[in-house]
Design a protein around this ligand. Structure first.
Ligand code: AP5
Ligand code: MG
Length: 218
C-alpha cells in the first residue's frame, strides 16, 4: 500500500473523529485532530491553550496562526501517511496546507466528506462522551461504553465536551456553514472530494469509506 494522506471533513458531530480513529488503525495512518490538540493544550494550561480556549468555548474557530503553528510543527516530524481530522477548516488554511505539503513533496490523496443533516448532529452531540486520556469517542444513545461512563480502551472516566451545549452546537453549525463548507467546492475542483453518506452505524460508515478508498486505488 502506498502512503495515504487524507483529510476528513464534515460538520461538527458528523463522525470525523469516530471514523478517523478506525480508518487510521486499519490503514496504519497517523490520526491528527486539531480539536484534540487544542483541547490538550487547554488541559496543559499552555499559553496557546489559554489563547484558544475562549474561541472554542464560544464555538468559534481559533485564529489561523494558532492552528497553523501547531500543525506546521507536527507535519515537519511526520514519516507516515496521515488523516487530518478538523483541519483545514477555512480556504486560507487549505491553501496553506497545500503549500506545506508541497514543500515536503507530499500530496493529498483524498478528502473524505462525511455528510450528516443538522437534526441528527444535534442528537449525536448532546449524547457524546469522550475519553480525556486516549481520545476515544462514545455516545450514550448510539455506542455507549460497556461500563457506565468509563472508557473501554483505557479505563479512564469519560467526560462531556465544553462545546457540546445546545447554544454552542448551533453556533458551531453556523460557523461550519459559513467558513468550512466552501472547502467542498475547493476540493471538488481538485478532483479529490469523496462524499460519504454519514447516516448508518459507525461500522457501516467505516465500510463505505474503506470501499471508496479502495475504489480510488489506495
Ligand atoms: P473539533 O474537535 O474538530 O470539533 P468539530 O469539528 O466540531 O467536530 P466534532 O469533534 O464535534 O465531531 P466529529 O465529526 O469528530 O464527530 P464524533 O466522531 O466525535 O473542533 C473543536 C473546536 O476546536 C472548533 O470549534 C474550533 O474552535 C477549534 N478548532 C479545531 N480545529 C480548528 C481549525 N483547523 N481551525 C480553527 N479552529 C479549530 O461523533 C460525534 C458523536 O456522534 C459521538 O458521540 C459519536 O459516538 C457519535 N457517532 C459517530 N458516528 C455515529 C454514527 N454513525 N451513528 C450514530 N452516532 C455516531
Ligand atoms: Mg472530532
Amino acid at each position: 500500500m502506498t502512503q495515504l494522506n487524507l483529510v476528513f471533513l464534515g460538520p461538527p458531530g458528523a463522525g470525523k473523529g469516530t471514523q478517523a480513529q478506525k480508518i487510521s488503525k486499519k490503514f496504519g495512518l497517523r490520526w491528527i485532530s486539531t480539536g484534540d490538540m487544542l483541547r490538550q493544550a487547554i488541559k496543559d494550561k499552555t499559553e496557546l491553550g489559554k489563547q484558544a480556549e475562549k474561541y472554542m468555548k464560544r464555538g468559534e474557530l481559533v485564529p489561523d496562526e494558532i492552528v497553523l503553528g501547531l500543525l506546521e510543527q507536527l507535519l515537519s516530524t511526520l514519516n507516515t501517511g496521515f488523516i487530518l481530522d478538523g483541519f483545514p477548516r477555512t480556504v486560507p488554511q487549505a491553501e496553506k496546507l497545500d503549500r506545506m505539503l508541497e514543500a515536503k513533496s507530499l500530496t493529498l490523496d483524498g478528502v473524505v466528506f462525511i455528510d450528516v443533516p443538522d437534526e441528527e448532529i444535534i442528537k449525536r452531540l448532546s449524547a457524546r462522551r469522550i475519553c480525556p486520556n486516549c481520545g476515544a469517542v462514545y455516545n450514550m444513545i448510539y455506542n455507549p461504553p460497556k461500563k457506565d461512563e468509563i472508557c473501554d480502551i483505557c479505563g479512564t472516566p469519560l467526560v462531556k465536551r465544553d462545546d457540546d451545549r445546545p447554544e454552542t452546537i448551533k453556533k458551531r453549525l453556523k460557523v461550519y456553514r459559513n467558513q468550512t463548507a466552501p472547502l467542498l467546492d475547493y476540493y471538488k475542483t481538485k478532483g479529490i472530494l469523496i462524499k460519504i453518506d454519514g447516516i448508518g452505524t459507525p461500522d457501516q460508515i467505516t465500510e463505505r469509506i474503506e470501499k471508496a478508498l479502495l475504489d480510488m486505488g489506495k
